[in-house]
Design a protein around this ligand. Structure first.
Ligand SMILES: [Zn+2]
Length: 282
């Protein structure tokens, strides 16, 4: 999709079933046709999408969140899976072309694609020339949670491979709001996790947001916190209220990471003053 001088693409890894213990399985999208006939779905698991974002401005390429990383490793059993590298390939972009990787937070479904296991069985950065940006408070929190193991579904940190990036000084740890480029602004929202950040893309009159897990799907537009999943529901509620108010005023394009169907659109309000998503043609 064109947005001013940017091209923005969602790099969809497909549909997944997320189980209550935090594990993922690839799912047959046909199961979504008649969800009522499927007693497992909704009771023991939920269906989600995984959609990292590619923001291109000429030869400058930024990725926001890196997906599950399935199939990236040497001799991976998911060799046929679509992942961040195969999806970039669709647009003729190679891992070495990526300049910037932004992580909304470090839950593994957002950050596992940061690294891969090479043919020599060493962990290496998936994007060898990129700066990896995250909030310092996210790293600190992830470290402390790794020991205490959270129970919430999907809210899981797996830092083992990410230590390599840390040791190699690949991470740029930021504190609070930050603008890595003229047109990209990182808004430290907290809420979902203490170091969660939202990405705002601005080009004159064109504005877009990538909402990470603060608002993971269009179904969450009017639910101001996810009590089971958000670390701080109150902070999440405040951040959501402010960002949606701003995005509505700006007529901004929104991108969702976990949506199944409506992955992007602009905000409108229905008769009850609830937000609805209006699809935009790309
Ligand atoms: Zn998350």
């Amino acid at each position: 999709m064109r947005l001013g001088r940017f091209t923005i693409e969602q790099l969809s890894e497909g549909f997944f079933e997320l189980f209550k213990d935090g594990t993922f399985a690839k799912m047959d999208p046909n199961r979504l046709n008649n969800p009522g006939d499927d007693p497992t779905l909704g009771r023991f698991s939920s269906a989600i999408g995984i959609d990292p974002l590619l923001i291109s401005e000429g030869d400058n390429h930024t990725i926001v969140d890196t997906g599950l990383g399935w199939g990236l490793d040497h001799k991976s059993s998911y060799a046929e899976s679509s992942n961040i590298i195969t999806n970039l390939g669709i647009f003729g972009i190679q891992p070495k072309d990526i300049d910037l990787v932004i992580l909304t937070h470090l839950h593994f479904d957002h950050s596992a694609g940061c690294t891969r296991v090479s043919d020599q069985f060493t962990t290496e950065a998936t994007f060898p020339n990129a700066r990896y940006l995250l909030q310092k408070s996210e790293w600190d929190f992830a470290l402390s949670e790794q020991q205490s193991k959270q129970e919430a579904p999907g809210a899981d940190y797996r830092l083992d491979e990410l230590y390599r990036l840390k040791a190699d000084n690949r991470f740029e740890m930021i504190e609070g709001n930050h603008s890595p480029t003229e047109s990209i602004k990182l808004i430290h929202s907290g809420g979902h996790t203490p170091g969660h950040q939202v990405v705002k893309i601005e080009d004159g009159e064109h504005i877009a947001y990538f909402l990470g897990d603060l608002i993971p799907t269009e179904y969450h537009l009017n639910h101001y916190s996810m009590k089971r999943i958000d670390h701080s529901p109150l902070t999440a509620k405040k951040a959501k209220t402010l960002i949606l108010k701003e995005a509505f005023k700006e007529n901004a394009q929104l991108f969702f990471y976990h949506s199944l169907f409506n992955k992007s659109g602009r905000l409108a309000k229905d008769l009850h003053r609830n937000y609805i998503l209006q699809e935009t043609r790309s």
